[in-house]
Design a protein around this ligand. Structure first.
Ligand code: HEM
Length: 159
């Protein structure tokens, strides 16, 4: 009799753990992680954007377009760079499936009259890549994000 009780308990435990595993699998299948989640959400994206802005500020290829903004910062006026930072975080957040909402100008409008060249665009992408590498963003997520941003090139270069 004792043996039977053990057998029933063991069977019950097995079927419960099996059901639990099955449920976990179902949940994973129902909700694949967004790029936003895989990047580490707003905290990780903000850290990358902050580092990226530091790279841009030190990049000679960015000097032509970012000089006015850097002069503001040198004078202690950080309003523009803070606005750019927050806009970039919102833009990346929204584009990767996060809850942020980009409230800035369209890419065409924001870069109008700047006559941004291919070289400048590629330099900016390299500055961002450096930051993604610094924060050890895996290749798949890095490629996904850079591919999404590359799609904006036509609205940014040569305007
Ligand atoms: C995928 C690439 C890029 C993205 C996602 C991007 C995004 C943005 C965003 C969100 C803004 C702020 C718009 C607003 O204030 O409403 C902005 C402004 C600006 N961008 Fe870009 N941009 C890109 C490429 C570039 C490149 C290649 C350059 C220069 C070589 C550049 C130079 C600027 C400058 C100078 C501003 C204005 C900053 C200010 O004075 O407030 N951007 N960009």
């Amino acid at each position: 009799m004792k043996r039977n009780v053990f057998a029933v308990l063991a069977l019950l435990a097995f079927s419960l753990s099996f059901t639990a595993c099955k449920d976990d699998d179902d949940d994973m299948a129902a909700a694949p992680k967004t790029l936003y989640e895989r990047l580490g959400g707003k905290t990780a994206i903000s850290a990358v954007v902050d580092d990226f802005i530091t790279n841009v500020a030190a990049d000679p290829n960015m000097k032509r377009t970012f000089q006015p903004l850097l002069e503001d910062v040198a004078k202690g006026n950080t309003a523009r760079v803070t606005s750019l930072r927050n806009n970039l975080i919102d833009q990346i957040g929204q584009a990767t499936g996060g809850p942020e909402m980009y409230k800035g100008k369209s890419m065409k409008e924001a870069h109008k009259g700047m006559k941004i060249t291919d070289t400048e665009f590629n330099s900016l992408v390299a500055d961002l890549t450096k930051s993604l590498d610094k924060f050890k963003v895996p290749t798949a997520e890095k490629t996904e994000l850079l591919t999404a941003l590359a799609g904006l090139k036509g609205d940014i270069v040569g305007q």
